[in-house]
Design a binder for this molecule. Sequence first.
Ligand code: CDP
Length: 783
Amino acid sequence: KDAPKKSIYKNIQIADTLKAQSKAKKQRLDKSQRPQPKFKNLQIAEPQKTESRGAQSEKAQENQSQRENTRDNRTHNPLAARQNKLLQVRQQLPIWPEATNIRNALLENHVLILAGETGSGKSTQVPQFLETSVWCTGRIAVTQPRRVAAVSLARRVADEMGTPLGKSPQSLVGYNVRFDDNVGKNNRIKFLTEGMLLQEMLRDPALTEYSCVVVDEVHERSVNVDLLLGFLRGLVTGTSEAVKKRKGKPLKVVVMSATADTEKLKDFFGEGFEQVPAKGSITTFGDEPTSSTKDETLVDKSQELSTSASGKISTCFVEGRMYPVQTEYLSEPTRDFSEAALLQIFQIHRKEPMPGDILVFLTGQDVVTDLQQAIEDMIPNVITRDSGLPKLVVLPLFAALPQAQQQAIFAPAPPNTRKVILATNIAETSITVPGVRFVVDSGKAKVKQFRVGLGLDSLLVKDISKSSAIQRQGRAGREAAGKCFRLYTKSNFEALEKDAIPEILRCDLSSAVLTMKARGIQDVMNFPLLTRPTREAMERALLHLLQLDTLKPEDGDISDLGRKIARLPLTPALGRTIIAAANPEMGCLLPVIDIVACFSVENIFLEVKDQDANDEAREARKALFRRQGDHLTLLTAVQAYASERTDRKAWAQKHLVSHRAMQSVMDVRKQLRAQCQQAKLLSPSDLANAEDDLDTISESTADNILKCFLRGFPSNVARPIPDGSYRTIEGHVAVAIHPSSVLYGRKLEAILYNEFVYTNRTYARGVSAVQMNWLEEIYAAPA
Ligand code: CDP
């Protein structure tokens, strides 16, 4: 229980001393005398290997210095000065001394499992270490769970390597995230989201363009990372059919995690190697984690493996660098963490003598934007000319925020200004925001959770896990001593779950199962997964996919339509909607894309409180409302915004619409149009004719649009019961129309909804009026 204290409140001087001691000790001991890992008996092939390792290492070093010479020539450019400056910073990172070990580990092993605390330098340095390795003739893919991290890391690594970023012929580093591909043909390192690498595997299941895949932030355990690990295990062990396409070129895999779940990962890959006849070893280097970071419960299992494993896995532990963080709790629990955060932020700004930015962890976009407004409203009262206080600048950070604004958080604050970053858990481990000395932690996060009764995922605000709380706290001590203010009590903290539940156990598996099917996995029930979901959850996903026509009913194999959907960066339900809309009989793909683009942001409409909207604005916004419901209302808003050519910001303000959300919607809309064109669902002439002029949508087109959504979401229908409330047609769960809906308070024959939200009751959000006979009609229609 005291574990967090040990690792987080580590005094830097003590840490440095320990490090120096351990380094000296390492130098004293030659390799054979080094402390051996617990899994000694795993080093089956060690004696012969020592020699070959030496020889190979020499070759690697030779090759490496050749490449570095080339690199030196390449760096005589204006970026070189920055590169040199950054080199000094890099050399101070805890991972720097492990460079040779890491390179050598992958000379003979296929898999390296690397656990290191956030900030040790894993994400930025490991790809660069590997890039100069002898075996690394192809590209290196580095996956991230989040777009913002992929982009900011790519930028940082390009800077560190002294080359431009992206498509330029000189660039060695690029990135590829959904709706933004910035990869050049000479890129050696490519940062991409897990989803994008899975997409690439549709084209090239053997990942032939890569020599190495670095899977970063595995501890976040998104469904995509679990799938990716399953596919990579097949490629690296050779148990996957696709491996033949690599023509004997090995693929190396580095799995990186902020927490020490190495045992589980080692088991996972080890079991894969057991299925192949090759002999190999598991070796360990680096300091073993302290007991505070090691998961004791997994030890027995790995020892079991040790007797039979024949894998080629290496593990490495890198200690993080952490300045002391003083942590404060509330004495009483709060009912409103936003309000508590508001008070805390101003308290820090007024009372804390030390400089430094404030990072606030909140739940979702809505809470972030509300709090931003509240802070900005309060600033003039607190920071007066006589107060002598520095200025405050508020920066939001959430997944749906347009790229450029996400990147704004990385710029240093202007002189005499303190940054306040209001973030969702996106800032927990993936990204480093320089300058942060104060963390305010709400203790909550929004998580996706499958509700069996409702048959779909919904977003719920939940308590975070202890390990999340520790990660959040650690963000305050990255550059200097810091402070963390937890907006909950100490006993609340003690009662938190140790770790978060992996997403694969929480959410709808339709996308995951379609992903597997599209990549040729017939027997999805036995696909290797780090954590196995229940059979029931898998079966439910298969049924859902059958209902969407993405699988063939006769053999459960993927259908042509399923393949098309798998290529779209959307859930199967939204993909099915798009396909239905592309049918010439429906002929409403462009408007459907506009609506789908709106679903990529939380809400395009600003939440208005009575006092801050004038009647004119309310009327202007009301003019966008459509009697059919929210889908058509979103469409009207997008079309009106798109046809505005002079001042879109002013238009948004006038209509109480979020300009920021709309920018994002337009971005997604453009990308979706391009993807539909690629998928031959849209022709270039369709696009050329798609003027951004305000079209009136005819009644029949409006009906068709809703029918297409019904095709994608046939279960998301509710009907009224005599008391006026609604019940879902599947599961008979009580739902109410969300107050944000244009249909709020209306009684209709049937409603179709996009999602559920929970506050004090179950609400359907994104609601439109539909007719029950449409359900029969859409099933009768061809795909
Ligand atoms: O992956 P890990 O958390 O171990 O560390 P990292 O992301 O490689 O970050 C190492 C260091 O690089 C950080 O402490 C920052 O000083 C710097 N960095 C940065 O300035 N900007 C980024 N976008 C990423 C890292």
